[in-house]
Design a protein around this ligand. Structure first.
Ligand SMILES: Cc1ncc(C[n+]2csc(CCOP(=O)(O)OP(=O)(O)O)c2C)c(N)n1
Ligand code: SF4
Ligand SMILES: [Mg+2]
Length: 342
């Protein structure tokens, strides 16, 4: 049980013990214009539901800004502010510091207020990476940065980002007759990078809205532990991934069950796996990646060899990484064996 005094922690938000205990109030309601089946909209809804009414949300340019604030309509019930595409980190830090200064000077009532800045994968993992990194070093300011990853610059018509999966068809990487795969870079490992490189950040987690209660509890943990925190959410996007909107939930589950997107948290340097990811770590078989990839039009051009390559890369992160599916350094025994084999 957390201390009830106003400490470095922003608020006391106990975990929801099951779906029946989730609060009924909504702080992201009707009035948005996201696509049918948009998982990122669900992430916004769950994120602010978990945080509660004493919350300020800041959001960088992208679908979750544009589609949520069109012509004087908005689904946000809590105070919300738009920030420039690469600025979610700066907005989080500036707002948290501003609130702290105003409270210290007595110009505002001293009370816990959550500061959450969200960003897309383009805004966060590419353009705004430096600002997020800087914010995660400022342990004296409480904020959560939530990266909603729909794996493209979706708002400007699905350009590839550093988080777009290998081989995917985007408007920047259309498969052609001469070259089938235009995008041949492997996706960045954002949560692993943030956890490994920011010793002042006490909490980093991955989430998927297909597992809603777990997701909300991770948001609550991130908001109460104190200091800057980071959450990476994988969000199926019917438009960019090219699938029937009714499959959003299932695709989120498949991303976890195939081992492509592991669910874990790193709290004070300790890794804890969740749900099906935990089961995989404990020996459960992963589903073949083809079950996930072939449900999406963006991979429709894949040949058998492309599926095999994708599978081999995912196998590697589970079988050879120092911390399976989290930290991509080769295990010492694997490295030694590889050197000996040369
Ligand atoms: C500095 C800057 N460059 C380009 C743009 C145009 N732009 C607006 S939204 C967007 C896509 C952002 O992608 P992401 O952060 O992944 O969010 P998503 O649209 O996928 O939700 C771009 C390129 C901009 N607003 N600002
Ligand atoms: S393009 Fe994707 S992320 Fe954007 S509103 Fe549509 S489903 Fe949501
Ligand atoms: Mg995006």
């Amino acid at each position: 049980m957390a201390d009830t005094a106003f400490t470095n922690a922003t608020q006391i938000l106990e975990p929801f013990k099951g779906v029946k205990k989730v609060t009924i109030e909504e702080y992201f309601t009707s009035g948005h214009r996201t696509c049918q089946g948009c998982e990122s909209a669900l992430v916004m809804k769950l994120m602010v539901k978990a945080a509660g009414p004493r919350t300020i949300v800041l959001g960088s340019t992208g679908c979750m800004y544009v589609a949520n604030t069109t012509y004087y309509t908005t689904p946000w019930v809590v105070p919300w502010m738009h920030t420039q595409l690469g600025s979610s980190g700066s907005a989080a830090l500036g707002t948290a510091a501003g609130l702290k200064a105003l409270m210290k000077k007595g110009k505002m009532k001293s009370e816990p207020i959550n500061v959450i800045a969200f960003c897309g994968d383009g805004g966060g993992a590419d353009m705004g990476l430096g600002a997020i990194s800087a914010t995660l070093t400022h342990k004296e300011y409480n904020s959560l940065i939530l990266l909603y990853d729909n794996e493209s610059y979706a708002n400007t018509d699905i350009q590839l980002s550093g988080m777009t999966p290998y081989g995917a068809n985007t408007t920047f990487s259309p498969p052609g007759k001469v070259k089938r795969l235009i995008h041949t870079r492997w996706k960045k490992n954002m949560a692993g990078m943030m956890a490994a490189g920011h010793p002042e950040c006490r909490y980093v987690a991955t989430v998927c809205a297909s597992y809603a209660v777990e997701m909300m509890n991770k948001v609550r943990r991130a908001l109460t532990i104190g200091g800057p925190t980071f959450i990476h959410s994988l969000d199926p996007c019917p438009k960019g991934w090219d699938y029937d909107p009714m499959l959003s939930h299932e695709l989120g589950e498949l991303a976890i069950e195939t081992g492509i997107f592991p669910l874990y948290e790193v709290e004070d340097g300790q890794v804890k796996y969740y749900g099906k990811t935990k089961a995989i770590v404990e020996g459960r078989a992963r589903k073949p990646v083809r079950e996930y990839l072939l449900k999406q039009g963006r991979f429709a051009h894949f040949l058998e060899e492309d599926l095999e390559y994708f599978q081999a890369k995912v196998d590697e992160m589970w079988e050879k990484w120092e911390i399976p599916a989290v930290v991509p350094f080769r295990r010492l025994d694997a490295t030694k064996a590889a050197l000996a084999a040369k």
